[in-house]
Design a binder for this molecule. Structure first.
Ligand code: GEM
Ligand code: ZN
Length: 378
């Protein structure tokens, strides 16, 4: 019987080890964010168990931020950190159990396919190579990382300003995979949809709103414990510089359409959440929302509108959320986009579930509903 080893000393690494005495009963606790109580993200390396039956018990799964997120959920594993696949997982309401027989001496496990800061910097580098992209650094986060904005297209009178922000909640890594797919398509000079859009708009893209929380392995908060999607009414440089800097830029250049990419722990679907509860919500905005959803439904079998969040009652919107604050401040179409940590129940994939690659495809596909509404945003 070998002595298993677990490490987390890498980008977004996070789990607490309770017992490693026997690989048939490895006991773990999901670690809370560094300065907040939210606990759901895990990412660790297991070594020393090649060919042996391994059981990993997450003892505190029932006290995580979203316990229902473990119902119908399967953890992801990878030997090379590039290719991730789902592994047998069960949840009894208290503990989550993951079982596998590793094929190699080293295997990684995570809540969802990670998106590292190095890959983030490579994505910025990819964009930087395009003549129609300006990479802007808006300022620094609390841990000193750059807040990066990509301005895509030539600003000109009459062009619409379309914003895409992502990963306010750092554990929702599918959001940055979504942006990677979006960028690869909008920067493809041979793509007719991208060419048509760039004639009509300039894109302002923030691939990662929360680089500190991402590197720290947080689910939902930044280095100061702030849930950035509750900071949009009154952000500060001391607590939420990420929001302060992006919001300041939005106020400087304006917003005609805003998309905020997230992941949802519970619902096995892709869906959107709008601004119906805003005091300034109008029939015009509602019509734009319906046109956007209709175009996405018509062009992507991975999108649906049957399942999603409860609609906010009129005038009851929480204006500390990005989508609501932006929609209200700029009287514009603003959508939260949610992808699943589990799978798309309408089109399940037994081996991978929802994945980075499928998030990329969805991000590339969102250009079509944007094209459907870009001519009527004002
Ligand atoms: C959610 S955003 C919830 C949006 N709800 C409505 N009704 N507009 C959050 O921040 O809690 C996004 C997320 O966490 O993924
Ligand atoms: Zn979120």
């Amino acid at each position: 019987m070998t002595q298993p080893r677990i490490s987390t000393a890498f980008d977004s690494g996070a789990v607490d080890v309770v017992s490693l005495a026997d690989q048939r009963d490895i006991q773990l606790n999901i670690r809370p964010d560094n300065a907040a109580e939210f606990a759901q993200w895990f990412h660790f390396r297991l070594q020393g168990c090649a060919g042996l039956p391994v059981t990993m018990r997450f003892l505190n799964a029932g006290q995580s931020a979203y316990p229902k997120g473990w119902e119908g959920y399967r953890a992801v594993a990878s030997y090379d950190r590039q290719h991730w696949f789902r592994v047998p997982t069960s949840f009894d309401g208290k503990e989550m159990k993951v079982t596998m027989t590793p094929m190699a001496q080293s295997v990684y496990l995570a809540y969802f396919e990670p998106y590292s800061h190095e890959r983030h910097l490579d994505l910025i580098g990819f964009a930087n190579e395009h003549d129609n992209v300006e990479v802007q650094c808006l300022g620094q986060t609390l841990d000193g990382r750059d807040m990066e904005l990509l301005v895509i297209g030539e600003p000109a009178e009459g062009k619409r300003k379309v914003w895409l922000i992502a990963r306010q909640h750092p554990g929702e890594t599918m959001a940055e995979w979504f942006v990677e797919g979006f960028l690869e398509r909008i920067l493809d000079g041979d793509d007719p949809v991208s060419r048509k859009l760039l004639e009509q708009c300039v894109f302002y893209v923030v691939p990662n709103m929360n680089p500190d929380g991402a590197a720290r392995g947080n689910l939902r908060t930044n280095a100061a414990g702030a849930n950035l999607n509750r900071e949009w009414q009154s952000p500060t440089m001391e607590r939420s510089p990420e929001v302060f800097l992006v919001r300041q830029k939005m106020l400087e250049v304006g917003v005609d359409l805003c998309l905020d990419a997230h992941g949802d722990e519970n619902l096995p679907y892709n869906f959107v959440a709008g601004c119906e509860g805003n005091p300034g919500y109008t029939a015009r905005i509602e019509a734009l929302e319906e046109a956007f959803k209709a175009a996405w439904l018509a062009t992507s079998p991975d999108f649906q509108t049957e399942y999603g969040y409860e609609r906010d009652a009129k005038g009851e919107a929480n204006l500390t959320l990005a989508t609501n604050w932006v929609g209200q401040e700029f009287d514009c179409l603003a959508y939260t986009i949610e992808m699943p940590f589990k799978d798309n129940a309408n089109l399940p994939d037994e081996e991978y579930g929802w994945s980075g690659e499928r998030s990329k495809k969805l991000g590339a596909g969102v250009l079509l509903p944007v094209l459907a509404v870009v001519g009527k945003l004002r």
